[in-house]
Design a protein around this ligand. Sequence first.
Ligand code: SAM
Length: 326
Amino acid sequence: MQHDGPDTRRGPGFSSVRRPVPGRRARRTAARARGRATESDGNASPNRPFRPCRHTRWVVDITVATESYGDVLFSSARDNEQTRLDGLTRALDPVSFQTLHDLGVGPGWRCLDVGAGTGTVSSWLSRAVHGPVTAVDRDITFLARKRSHLDVVHADINHTDFLPGEFDLVHARLLMMHLRQREELLPRMLSWVRPGGLLVLTDGVALHPEQYHHPAYREVMTGHFRMMANVIGSDLHFASRYPQILTDMGLAKVGLLAHHPIIGMNPGFATFVAHTLEQSEGHLLADGIAQNTLDEAVAHVRRPETREMFIAMLTAWGHKPHMTDR
Ligand SMILES: C[S@@+](CC[C@H](N)C(=O)[O-])C[C@H]1O[C@@H](n2cnc3c(N)ncnc32)[C@H](O)[C@@H]1O
């Protein structure tokens, strides 16, 4: 059976329905009409300068977002979601753990990990503080085995509250960028931090298309980020505003660390990116990306000698001031 357009009705673990691949001339005409790179328009050759075009840009229009993170895309019920997140944590955990250690997290701290996912950061925090850590997620499938050292809260953070000043640390990694209510949520998250405590946020930012070097990979990346904005309401640029936002919220000693995982160099990262693209396949094909372009991009990601960027990870933090600091 064949569906037209992105099929958000598909069940988890679904292997995507493929649309017929249009002929080469039809693809070229359609791509030109959309201003997208093709093999023959110059953008595709790695030896020629890349010409930005209309479709190298993407915007967040939350009015058109049709689902929330985890509803269909990146649902825990997808066959490859655990593998995808395991790849992510392998790539990011060493830097996250070192950053939290450097920020002074230690014995006795009361910590909240929001959107805890598979719980690797929550578990590290629990070891660092020598006690239980509160891990909240709207889907706790992957936290189930870690309950002994975590206080697992099964809740949507948009509809949950904690006590004012309840935590020494409120942490979220790769969550805020996907939440349409991100701007309203930040002051609420800060209210849960005790005066003198820390708010630490990590999110990914997309790069300029010229920084994706393989032509098919570049086209697919551009389509993927546009899709994330339009389907989920993800903001692939939000984290670049953290230093200003945290300063404007009155935080002290605001800092930022940029970490740039490289496909093929950071263990797990290629796995994460390949599975992310595989889950996005239905949307990407419906948006006009050719099946062979997508296959080429995924093969590029999976090649051990590939060295490409995907998103840059920005970790921002700040201390909630004591009343006397104001
Ligand atoms: C990209 S994963 C990141 C997981 C983890 N923070 C990490 O970095 O390994 C995003 C997580 O946020 C959770 N999430 C998404 N929307 C949420 C919401 N509104 N409330 C609570 N958790 C949410 C998802 O279920 C998922 O586990």
